[in-house]
Design a protein around this ligand. Structure first.
Ligand SMILES: *Cc1c(COP(=O)(O)O)cnc(C)c1O
Length: 367
């Protein structure tokens, strides 16, 4: 371990592998793909994609064509779909890197068909919008396509997919409605494998699996069903070093805005992590860190590079000791709750200054 690391992000690749196996088991006979956009949710697309490949994952979803090109360099044989669609890049680039475009509207379908007629059939994913109003064919465009399948002539239709809006919520009214609309749409389109569920959708049962599932966040150990026990293994540990300790015996304020006032005798520790590292400013006066089993609350405002915790209950703490910001006693979901956000945002905000350690790294296992 590097001595000059003032912040350490540990990513347990064995846990990611175990989570992939768990989800595959659960989704069988559907194929389990992996959504690894945004640098594998901030954890590092290289180690994460190699781990998933070694576990047998062959289908990957990314957001941008740049992410697709990077992943192609890591996994020469993988099937890689670019969710942002054909508009995200030149058709020639999709072909050059063997990337599969999501076709999100009739214009993109026309564009890919024209390219296929010129250069030969190539795979694409058809994305239908059943309730997100984000990407994907809106219902009116689905009607046009359903009445005229020739608009897909020459396209190798690899998958038809849609995306659930409320899969993580206890009320499943909308989830069921989207599932039924998706099934009805499939019946009106040429036959192709189908995909509905990301992480949370998988836990709605067999009717929600179709031919392929596309989990992202669950691979990284986050809970797909808030309020239920988390069946996945934690992946992330985040530690920050104590830079300085001060014993306060007269009342004084802490940090910018003097928002926290220490009344009586207390011990404060200054940690080397702040909002520039993705330790969100909304954790000011609200977050909890841990030293071993002991909770040490964040006091005052989180600043760019530094955060102050009250370590009065840990008299043995010394400068140089590491404090868990995310760890065995405090997982990503718990931190997200304190920050008023979701675990996805915590992960994808993790900063660049942490020294990254990967447990169980697969070396050279990419066939
Ligand atoms: C991000 C994304 C996923 C993965 O979602 P998780 O909730 O992280 O499992 C799957 N499909 C699409 C279209 C996405 O945008």
């Amino acid at each position: 371990m590097n001595n000059n690391a003032t912040g350490i992000l540990t990513v347990d690749l064995d846990a990611i592998a175990a989570n992939y196996r768990f989800l595959s088991e659960r989704a069988r006979p559907a194929v389990t793909a992996a959504a690894i956009k945004a640098n594998a949710y901030g954890l590092g697309v290289g180690p994460v994609s190699r781990t998933l490949w070694a576990e047998g994952c062959r289908d990957f979803f990314v957001a941008t064509i740049d992410e697709g090109i990077e992943l192609r360099g890591l996994l020469p044989e993988a099937r890689i779909t670019v969710l942002n669609g054909l508009i995200a890049g030149d058709p020639a680039l999709f072909r050059k890197y063997a990337l599969i475009p999501a076709l999100n509207d009739l214009g993109q379908i026309d564009g890919w068909r024209a390219d296929c007629q010129r250069n030969g059939p190539a795979p694409a994913v058809l994305h239908l919008d059943t309730g997100m109003a984000r990407l994907g064919l809106p219902p009116a465009e689905l009607d046009i396509l359903a009445d005229d399948h020739s608009r897909l002539d020459g396209i190798a239709l690899a998958l038809i997919m849609t995306h659930l809006a409320c899969a993580d919520e206890p009320d499943d009214t909308m989830t069921r409605r989207q599932r039924d609309d998706f099934a009805a749409a499939l019946a009106r389109l040429p036959r192709a494998p189908a995909s509905l569920s990301a992480s949370s959708g998988i836990f709605h049962g067999p009717d929600y699996l179709f031919d392929m599932v596309r989990p992202g966040v669950c691979l990284h150990g986050l809970n797909p069903r808030p309020g239920h026990p988390n069946p996945l293994r934690p992946v992330v540990r985040l530690q920050a070093k104590i830079l300085q300790i001060r014993d306060v015996d007269t009342p004084q304020t802490v940090g910018y805005g003097a928002s926290h006032r220490v009344a009586g005798p207390a011990r404060l520790a200054t940690l080397a992590a702040g909002y520039a590292d993705g330790y969100l400013r909304s954790l000011s006066g609200r977050g909890t860190a841990y030293m071993g089993e002991t909770a040490v609350p964040i006091v005052g405002r989180v600043s760019m590079d530094l955060t102050t915790v009250d370590i009065t209950r840990v008299p043995e703490a010394r400068p140089g000791d590491m404090v868990d910001l995310i760890g065995p006693r405090h997982d990503v979901d718990a931190l997200a709750e304190e920050a008023g956000t979701i675990g996805y945002e915590i992960l994808t905000s993790l900063g660049r200054r942490y020294h990254r350690h990967y447990l169980g790294e697969r070396c050279g296992e990419v066939a």
